[in-house]
Structure formats: C-alpha cells, structure tokens
Design a protein around this ligand. Structure first.
Ligand SMILES: CC(=O)N[C@H]1[C@@H](OP(=O)(O)OP(=O)(O)OC[C@H]2O[C@@H](n3ccc(=O)[nH]c3=O)[C@H](O)[C@@H]2O)O[C@H](CO)[C@@H](O)[C@@H]1O
Ligand SMILES: C=C(OP(=O)(O)O)C(=O)O
Length: 461
C-alpha cells in the first residue's frame, strides 16, 4: 500500500498554486455531453483520479476526450450510448452527474445506483424528483436506475427539500434543452454552480440566477461546444491555508479567490491568523498563538463541510475548547479516531465534536477514510512531533494534485512512499531493475528512506 510520510515540525513558507476545482470540473465535463456540435475545450482541469474516472465514463458513452497538459478537448457529436458502465460509476459518486445531460440529449439513461460512502448515505431523491417533475419516468432494477422521457423534457417548477449541489447541477443540465422554463427553488448557491452555469451559457443555454436560491433555465433547441476556464479549487486553497497556519507559517496561496473563501477567512481571522487578500491570491501568516473558535458547517455561503476535517486539526493546536457541528453529512467525523491516535482530545456526540486545544500531537500510523479526512491527517502530521505514516492515500489523490510536492516546496518534510506494486510497475515502464529503481526512491526519500525501504522490501525480496 502506498503511503504519505510526514515528519512534523517544519514551518511552511513560500507560494503554492491552486489547481482547477474538482467539484466544478466534474459537472462541467459531464455537461459537455450536451454539445451536439463541435469540440469543447476546458482549461485548468486538474490531473486527479476523479477526472480520469469521469473521462472514462464519457469515453464509454461515445465521447472523444483528450486530456493534454491542463486542458481537455471533448467531442460528443456521436453520442449514442445511454448506459454508464457499473465498473466506472461505482468508483465515483459524481458519475451520477451524467444522468441529467443524457436524459436531455438522448431521452433515456441507465446508471447504477451510486450508493453511500464513508461520509454518509447520500441519497439522490432530489435529483430524481426534479427529473420526474420534468416528465421523466424513473424505474429501478438490478441495482440500476433508468430514466426515460417520451419526446423532450418539459420545464417545471422544482422545489428542492435540501439545497443539494448535485441535484441543482443535474436538474440545471437536464433543463437546458427542455421545452419551456424550469425554475429551481432552494437551489444550491456554491461557486461551482455558477461555474457550471457559465459554461452552459457559453454553450448557448439560458440559465439565470445561478449563485442565488432561485435558478431559472429557459430551454433552448440545442447546445454547442464551448471553451471554458474552470475556477480555482476553494477547498484545495483552504487546505493550504490551514496547513500554513498549523505550522505557524507564512504562505501565499496563489489563485485563491477571496469571495469563495469567506467563511474560512473569517474563522482563521477569529483564531488570530493574519489573512491578506489581493486579486491574485491570499497570504496566510500565523505568528501568534491561535484562539479556539466554534464552527458549524452549512451549505454555501456557510462554512464548507469539505473543510471541516482540516479545520478540526487547526483547532487542536489552538488555546481553548472548540465545538464543531457538522450539519451537511451525517457521518463526517471519521478522521476523529485517527487524530486521537496522534494524541488529539476530541469527543463526538452525534453531529457535534468537542475539540480540546493545546494538546501536543505526535506522529502515528493512521489511515485516510475519505478525501478530506486524509487532507486533515496531513495537516495534523505537519504539526506533530515525529513521523506520521498515512495510508489510504488513494482517497487524497482523488482531490489534490501533487499535494506532496506542493507541501515539500513549501518546506514540509513529506514523502510519498510507493506501494510495491507501483515500484514494479514503474520499473517496468522505465526498463529498470526494481532494485535500481528502489535506489532512486531511496535517494529521493532522503529523510524518510528507512520507511520507504520497510514498505517495499518485502515484495521485492
Ligand atoms: C462532486 C461534488 O461536487 N461534491 C460535493 C457536493 O456533493 P453532493 O452534490 O453529493 O452533495 P449534496 O449537496 O447533494 O448533499 C448535501 C446533503 O444533501 C443530502 N441529499 C443530497 C441529494 C439528495 O437527493 N438527497 C439528499 O438527501 C446528502 O445526503 C447530504 O447530506 O456537495 C457537497 C456538499 O457541499 C460536498 O461535500 C461535495 O464535495
Ligand atoms: C465529498 C467530497 O467529494 P465527493 O462528492 O466527490 O465525494 C469532497 O470533495 O470532499
């Protein structure tokens, strides 16, 4: 199993650049299915496992897609397949976002039910309620869900019981070519919704009100390909802001947008972190002792649930006791047990966590249970005494491009120890003997070499 190894205690300084937002690019790539003519070009697409997955889903549906450097070119002119393959869908919940575009474009779609995940059950009833209101018939069978419509979808007024990000996106995409106008009430207001609406409008759609609680989509005849630049990832930015603060560092997060990070900036400032914003990014400087604060996650513009775990680690090093309330997902405290292994004092009662600050963290062997839990473990490890080995890093690699290199460039003592399988695969690619390649890894590992050798020696022997 590959691992990330961190030896804590280094102060982070310098500049880190934020990549395009995972949560924008996934719906935007799905929306490319709607283009009946031409090739879309999407810029600042992060090279993440989730992006690879959705591109495979699109390819299986008949879309030509090429990811080169930071851009993806997609052509969906010859789209015919309406079934997203189970093997790909099960890897990533966001595959469900192809449902709205396929229903709009082909009038039918079949997809496996996405199921729950570590952070909660994550039902899709609000997506389906929207499609049904627009005239789709929904059927279930053999773990799959099928939706079809006679002719075209029809515009409808849809009130979401929960301001769901995915449901807002799926319904918005489905409504672009419906007959008549669709109104989504209690719509999600996240910046990623606005980014998707901007792309859809560039394709010829008429979406108004994205970023507010009421979105109106006037159906048009057809959409064509368009060029689009994805917004910077606010969660990635927030994670580096926390990483800087937890090490008492001074870091400029290039590309971070102040308006997207309001609640994170507010909480950091309440804690005593100095935050300076300009048009190109945000500087975080944490020279003084930090104060405890309470945090409650909420849909945008509230404090993002995707930053809750990372924020918890920062509260561990603050003076005083903090209360964190998680209102978005019912099971998003999986990182707590791992943090306790590192010396944290946290008590969880339902959706509330009571965090005792000022406890000394020490390195341990821990495992990421989901993407942001993994990011939080890295933040905690940066502040801990000694060495932390983090497993389950495939979760982290779903959502952070080159996190190890970016933190190392800021001065962290961090290394990614490859799994034995990765070493063998790499050695085959590089036509090198595994032991020679291992030597290279050892050299790169420098401070953490002994851990790397421990990890890969058994299989190579
Ligand atoms: C790819 C992507 O963009 N992922 C983000 C998106 O996920 P996602 O779009 O899945 O999140 P939602 O906003 O839909 O979910 C919010 C809450 O609503 C519930 N719910 C949702 C839909 C539904 O039909 N019924 C229902 O009950 C969910 O279980 C959850 O408790 O928004 C979340 C909330 O900001 C983020 O944490 C995820 O990073
Ligand atoms: C929960 C997240 O993503 P997803 O919805 O893709 O699981 C996340 O980005 O933290």
């Amino acid at each position: 199993m590959s691992k990330i190894i961190v030896r804590g205690g280094r102060t982070l300084t310098g500049t880190v650049r934020v990549h395009g937002a995972k949560n924008s690019v996934l719906p935007i790539l799905a929306a490319s299915l709607l283009a009946e003519q031409g090739s879309s070009v999407i810029h600042d697409v992060p090279a993440l496992d989730d992006v690879k997955n959705i591109l495979q889903v699109l390819a299986a549906l008949g879309v030509y897609a090429k990811h080169q450097d930071d851009s993806v070119r997609l052509n969906a002119e010859s789209l015919t397949a309406y079934e997203a393959p189970y093997e790909l869908v099960r890897k990533m919940r966001a595959s469900f976002l192809v449902m709205g575009p396929l229903l709009a474009r082909l009038g039918k779609v079949r997809i496996s039910l996405p199921g729950g995940c570590a952070i909660g059950t994550r039902p899709i009833d609000q997506h389906l309620k929207g499609f049904e209101a627009m005239g789709a018939e929904i059927g279930f069978g053999q773990g799959s869900i099928e939706a079809k419509v006679n002719g075209k979808l029809r515009g409808a007024r849809i009130y979401l019981d929960i301001a769901s990000v995915g449901a807002t996106e799926n319904i918005m995409m489905a409504a672009t070519t419906a007959v008549g106008t669709t109104v989504i009430e209690n719509a999600a207001k996240e910046p990623e919704i606005v980014d998707l609406a901007n792309y859809l409008n560039a394709m010829g759609a008429r979406v108004r009100g994205a970023g507010t609680g009421v979105i109106r989509i006037e159906g048009v005849e057809r959409l064509c390909a368009a060029e689009h630049q994805v917004i910077p990832d606010r969660v990635e930015a927030g994670t580096y802001m926390v990483a800087a603060a937890i090490t008492g560092g001074d870091v400029y997060v290039e590309g971070a947008i102040r308006d997207h990070l309001g609640p994170i900036i507010a909480k950091l400032e309440e804690m005593g972190v100095q935050v300076d914003c300009d048009e190109n990014g945000i500087r975080v400087c944490a020279l003084k002792p930090l104060r405890a604060v309470d945090v409650k996650t909420l849909p945008y513009p509230g404090f993002p649930t995707d930053m809750q775990a990372q924020m918890m680690t920062l509260l561990l090093v603050a003076d005083g006791t903090s209360i964190i309330t998680e209102t978005v997902f019912e099971n998003r405290f999986m990182h707590v047990d791992e943090l306790i292994k590192m010396g944290a004092e946290i008590k969880v009662d339902g959706r509330t966590a009571i965090v005792t600050g000022g406890v000394k963290l020490s390195g341990a062997s821990v495992a990421a249970t989901d993407l942001r839990a993994g990011a939080a473990l890295i933040c905690a490890a940066l502040a801990a005494d000694g060495s932390t080995e983090i497993g389950g890093i495939h979760h982290i690699e779903r959502g952070y491009v080159s996190i190890v290199n970016k933190l190392a460039d800021l001065g962290a003592d961090i290394y990614r120890a490859p799994s034995p399988e990765e070493v063998l695969e790499e050695s085959e690619k590089a036509a090198l003997q595994p032991d020679k390649l291992m030597k290279q890894f050892e050299q790169r590992a420098a401070a953490s070499a002994e851990v790397v050798i421990r990890n890969i020696q058994p299989t190579l022997a």
